[in-house]
Design a protein around this ligand. Structure first.
Ligand SMILES: Cc1ncc(COP(=O)(O)OP(=O)(O)O)c(N)n1
Ligand SMILES: Cc1nc(C(=O)O)sc1CCOP(=O)(O)O
Ligand SMILES: [Mg+2]
Length: 209
């Protein structure tokens, strides 16, 4: 499986409606602190927008709602994974992305046979408090050697200027929140991300890229 090299993460369908039509092909809906009914509506709406624009939607955390709404991809962290029913996720045909932050988490994640592995935080992030120090882009190379053919997602503190650095270390996709959502002009920033990740979007990548 291949992931688009530009992995946008947003916290509402408003953002999805605003940015996905610009050409985004991979988006995560990451909502915290909303009631189930509202989450259900958000997921349903996000799914419809993404389907219209040929964008892969990944639902963060809420795997039961993702199943209920007929989604096809979820992202779980390690604590989410502990509480999740992997059998139900697989039986529903969902693909699964997993977070990792250290060796033990990578081992746990690989045992769950995910469809991609994320490593973070690559750089300091202002989105949320994290107990891990920034990994640095070099750590992606070690992770890539361990995940083999599984797509590797870099996350945490990424911006347009840091894209080349994560792909040169072996990342297959670069995930981003605040460089876009806190930008004074999120549409222009999204277009910059699309352009900057274009070299990694081609079907066949030259060796060593
Ligand atoms: C692509 C990607 N990588 C990591 C995360 C973080 O997941 P998690 O550790 O479960 O933390 P929350 O995002 O749920 O706060 C992610 N969402 N996406
Ligand atoms: C949600 C999330 N998870 C991370 C991890 O390391 O698992 S870092 C992160 C925040 C990403 O936001 P930004 O691009 O604004 O730094
Ligand atoms: Mg989570």
């Amino acid at each position: 499986m291949k992931l688009d090299p530009f992995y946008l993460i947003v916290d509402s369908t408003e953002w999805i409606a605003r940015l996905v039509p610009l050409g985004v092909k991979l988006v995560q809906l990451r909502i915290k602190d909303k009631e189930t009914a509202e989450l259900r509506t958000e997921i349903r709406t996000a799914k419809a927008i993404c389907a219209k624009h040929g964008c892969q939607l990944i639902v963060n955390d809420y795997w039961q709602l993702a199943i209920e709404q007929g989604c096809d991809f979820v992202h779980l962290g390690q604590e989410d994974l502990e509480a999740a029913d992997l059998g139900a996720i697989r039986a529903a045909g969902l693909k699964l992305g997993l977070s990792t932050h250290d060796d033990a988490e990578l081992e746990t994640a690989l045992a769950a046979k995910p469809d991609y592995i994320a490593l973070g935080p690559i750089y300091p992030t202002i989105l949320k408090q994290m107990k891990w120090s920034p990994q640095g882009p070099e750590r992606l190379r070690l992770w890539k050697s361990r995940v083999g053919d599984l797509p590797l997602v870099a996350i945490g503190g990424l911006n347009v200027d840091r894209i080349e650095g994560v792909f040169s270390q072996g990342a297959d996709s670069a995930a981003v929140v605040t460089d876009i959502t806190l930008n004074p002009d999120p549409e222009t920033r999204t277009r910059q991300w699309l352009a900057a990740t274009a070299p990694w979007r081609s079907v066949e990548m030259p060796l060593g890229r």
